[in-house]
Design a protein around this ligand. Sequence first.
Ligand SMILES: [Zn+2]
Length: 183
Amino acid sequence: MARIKSILTEAKQIDRAVTLIQLGARLQVLESETDLSYERLLRLYKEVAGKSPSKGQLPFSTDWFMTWQPNIHSSLFLNIHEYLNKASELDEIDAVIKAYQLYQEQIQAQGLEPMLSVTRAWRLVKFVDNGMLTMTPCSKCGGHFVTHPHEIARHFVCGLCNPPARAGKGKQAGSLQIPAHAH
Ligand SMILES: [Zn+2]
């Protein structure tokens, strides 16, 4: 039985790794989220992606998530992620995968390009887990947006309600909607 269990566990891990590669995840995400060996992951990556993984550091800064359009995309993803976490008992990485797939679907349904990569989505969840980022409700629309911790909710206005002057009226992230949470 133990043998069968370990085969099942391995199959599940390979399945996760393949899904993450298909979504465009960096190799570091796979290393962190599976117990498969580096060599194994590297082979799998080349097989599925048809190329070698890109080298270099993962983005470690929270700054990107604070810029206008990325913030709206990140907030959309994180709202979906929080909802899934409350509504189901998915393993942490499966919640990231599922939320990312739903984020992609919503973005593409509006004819937009996903701006948030799965690697950044994964980092975002880590940043929220360790308290470097959080969500704050907008004082105008009530939608929850990614912010630094200790943002004063009474004064916070999101990037949809207060887009930068240069934003114009094009079909950009400004046409996305972040649902206000029911309390
Ligand atoms: Zn708002």
